[in-house]
Design a protein around this ligand. Sequence first.
Ligand code: UD1
Length: 333
Amino acid sequence: MGYIGSHVSILLLEAGHDVAILDNLSNSSVVVLDRIKQITTRLPEFYNMDVRDTSNLELAFIKFHPDAVIHFAGLKAVGESVIDPLRYYEWNVMGSVVLLQVMNKYQVKKLVFSSSACVYGDVAEMPITEISCIAPTNPYGQTKAMIEQILADLVSSDQGWSVARLRYFNPAGAHISGLIGEDPNGIPNNLPPYISQVAVGKLDVLKIFGGDYPTPDGTGVRDYIHVMDLARGHLSALNYLSNESGLLTVNLGTGHGYSVLEMVKAFEIASGKKVPYRIAERRSGDVAISFADPSRAEQLLGWKASLGLNEMCRDQWHWQSKNPNGYRSSCAY
Ligand code: UD1
């Protein structure tokens, strides 16, 4: 029921699927369920539980009888993973192993896994294709790479499995209704929620991490992808898995890179607000440029991002301005 999972749930419900959400609420809110109901008129089943909790996971499988699982559960703050790697290996890697064991036991062998472009690390050649080296630069990225490897081994050991490894680039934006969006705990690490919290007045100033990168304006370039495009990618992957077994690995990005300053400009236009910023030191572990070659996803899934920077900024602002304190504020509707 986090940022990506909530948006995917909406599309699944709208497509007529029955959905059960399993979440330990460590970085999400039950309010999301009401919001999903407002948007789709349907309420997903909800299990308040941890993915590492085998017995409750089994109970959920027995009760719900899933055909397929989309696995979003995991910690995702790079800095925190450097300070407390064991927690990341436990939550992300062990959590995935427990989930796979339970799936195996109940013969549910279709899985879509949330991986990340961070598995590539610092890539010299852009755009990044799926055959670029896997060389993560931090424990968080290592956990994603390890889970990817576990999935590859599992698929080789048993041809009954169908697994999609989706390597997300940089998600941004929110559902067009403004009812759901990204609601990070504390100070955001990622750029889109940071910018929108500055624009709404919750944070004073955006610190731009580095103004001297070898990019056209000196600031870092990333492949921002609208969260609804990303969500559609999951449905395309699920459809693909219903006809194919084996392992699918695809980048989900737009193929276009935008700098931090371009993001700030686009966000100012979309919001009509000034986003004060200052250039600060580079953030350790950051790369100068990262953008996807998304052609494999188009070839295999018929999926392609359709929303651009303006829609991302518009929808990010709609969500943030209606919910200045995320799900903690009273509903603005
Ligand atoms: C980050 C993680 C990546 C993870 C992804 C999840 C790092 C080094 N990388 O990717 O492993 O998969 O989030 O979404 O943390 N920026 C600022 N000021 C800010 C925040 C960001 O200037 O306050 C800049 C960054 O330097 C970068 C760009 O904005 O150039 C995007 O940053 P971010 O949103 O954190 O994404 P990534 O670094 O690509």
